[in-house]
Design a protein around this ligand. Structure first.
Ligand code: 5GP
Ligand code: ZN
Length: 144
């Protein structure tokens, strides 16, 4: 179902224009209107899901099967040396449009794009173990 006033649902439905480069029954890809670099593409699920943790796994797999070919095409078409694939999930992670999408950002050495964080450390090995254990437990109980 379309999200109320969702820009990407409107693009999917053809209600507002976009430079579409690829479409499938599950997803579409189009140029970002404000690219980090020329050729910055957004891969968007046709169906409206706000965040990645809510998507049915099978749908996610279908929608994403074109990612490798799309990444290859973006790099060859732009002459990029590399590519960042970014998914901002939730407002705190920088998500502005609440409709799941991947950014494919072509990269060249010396460009002005910054996608980075300060490498952190765990307090001790107990924190490593307990953190992994909490994730394993979450995977085995509840959720998807
Ligand atoms: P987010 O911060 O949610 O991960 O990224 C949203 C992206 O959508 C931004 O890079 C922004 O430039 C792009 N965007 C926002 N509105 C439009 C639009 O109407 N058309 C297109 N093609 N891209 C959009
Ligand atoms: Zn939407």
């Amino acid at each position: 179902m379309a999200g109320a006033d969702c820009v990407f649902c409107k693009i999917v439905q053809g209600q507002i224009p976009a430079e579409i480069v690829w479409q499938s029954p599950w997803a579409i890809a189009f140029l970002d209107i404000n690219p980090a670099n020329p050729g910055h593409v957004l891969l968007v699920l046709r169906e409206h899901y706000a965040t990645v943790d809510t998507i049915p796994p099978a749908l996610f797999g279908s929608a994403l099967q074109e990612l490798p070919r799309l990444a290859d095409a973006v790099m060859r078409a732009t002459g990029a040396e590399g590519l960042n694939v970014v998914l901002n999930n939730g407002k705190v992670a920088g998500q502005v449009i609440d409709h799941v999408h991947f950014h494919l950002i072509p990269r060249r050495s010396g460009d002005s794009v910054t996608i980075r964080w300060e490498p952190g450390t765990y307090r001790d090995s107990a924190e490593v173990t307990s953190t992994a254990e909490r994730i394993r437990a979450a995977l085995s109980t509840g959720g998807q």
